[in-house]
Design a protein around this ligand. Sequence first.
Ligand code: HEM
Length: 121
Amino acid sequence: MSQLYDLTEVAQQNGKNGKPCWLIIKGNVYDVTKFLNEHPGGNDVLLEYGGKDASKAFKQAGHSSDAEKDLKNYKIGEINPAAPPIQVQPTALPAKSPTENPISGDPQPAKKSSGGFLCCC
Ligand code: HEM
């Protein structure tokens, strides 16, 4: 079975500061570090997508079928489908409604000034 990587793990291998340069193309992870200076399209385009999903860019560059075949030489694994991108944790929300008066438990806002604005003190 193929090695599975999380998106966060791939994102760190962005080719900067001497780090390896990994790309994602159609759910597969490629290590193009050794290919940077051999790529006919230049190393800058590969570095631009270091640690990111380059599926669209790879397709839009109009690569030949030879280039498609070449991909397998750099494949190191696949994106882990069980690890979705960063999610908002609903548990971080306060238990009580923010409009609820925390002292009295009254479902109305705590204080209101006569002008209808919320009091800041
Ligand atoms: C592992 C990933 C990649 C491989 C193996 C690869 C391989 C190749 C190969 C073999 C060529 C020569 C032309 C051809 O046969 O199609 C080429 C050209 C090119 N590649 Fe890539 N490529 C990769 C990723 C990318 C990415 C992410 C971009 C982003 C835009 C890109 C942009 C280009 C461009 C613009 C050319 C055309 C260069 C020219 O004709 O002057 N490539 N690539």
